[in-house]
Write a protein that binds this ligand. Structure first.
Ligand code: 5GP
Ligand code: MG
Ligand code: MG
Length: 177
């Protein structure tokens, strides 16, 4: 285990098993359809690439990059930094996200795709943190319910690092200090 990690919350084995289960559900649901799968960069890149390999329906992959700014009040604002290239009109859209926290990012991005005429919009998240939600939003599929702790690994970063850890863990406090 990496020296900066306090504890492992979700091992590669646990993640693999949950991804198999989620893929079964998605493969049933999207059989015969041709969705656009939208990984939310950078955090979702590891999870999304592992998930997408498990999907057996016809699909396009078109990533998006968004950043979230906290306003003076608590409404927050989500900006698309790098947009998708595809036309989503009439197509099912499946977002892939690392973790849903306040819910702002995916609520905003889902609304953008609905406004653009997507046939349907669903969200697949590796982790869901329900305790810190500030907007009314839930992922349609998620791997695990996560505690209100700062997590790294499997795409999740601290200051750009630790995305490559093959598990999700909690950072040691001294790393922040
Ligand atoms: P929100 O749901 O608050 O709009 O945004 C979720 C984003 O915040 C995630 O995609 C992720 O980038 C970041 N985030 C939320 N919780 C954590 C966490 O525990 N660890 C890390 N590394 N990023 C997090
Ligand atoms: Mg993210
Ligand atoms: Mg981050």
């Amino acid at each position: 285990m990496n020296n900066d990690i306090e504890k492992v919350l979700y091992s590669q084995d646990q993640l693999n098993k949950r991804m198999d289960e989620m893929a079964d559900e998605l493969n049933d649901k999207y059989e015969g359809q041709e969705p656009i799968v939208i990984p939310v960069l950078n955090g979702a890149m590891i999870f999304a690439s592992d998930m997408i390999k498990r999907l057996n329906f016809k699909l396009n992959i078109d990533p998006i990059k968004a950043s979230s700014y906290d306003g003076a009040n608590s409404t927050g604002h989500v900006k698309i930094v790098q947009d998708i290239k595809s036309d989503v009109k009439g197509r099912p859209v499946i977002f892939m996200e690392d973790i849903v926290d306040t819910g702002r990012t995916l609520k905003a991005l889902s609304e953008v795709m609905k406004d653009r005429g997507a046939q349907s919009v669903e969200v697949v998240a590796m982790l869901d943190k329900p305790d810190t939600r500030v907007v009314d939003f839930h992922a349609d599929y998620y791997g695990f319910t996560a505690p209100d702790e700062f997590l790294v690994g499997y795409g999740l970063d601290y200051d750009g690092f630790y995305r490559n850890l093959p598990y999700v863990g909690v950072l040691k406090h001294e790393v922040y200090a």
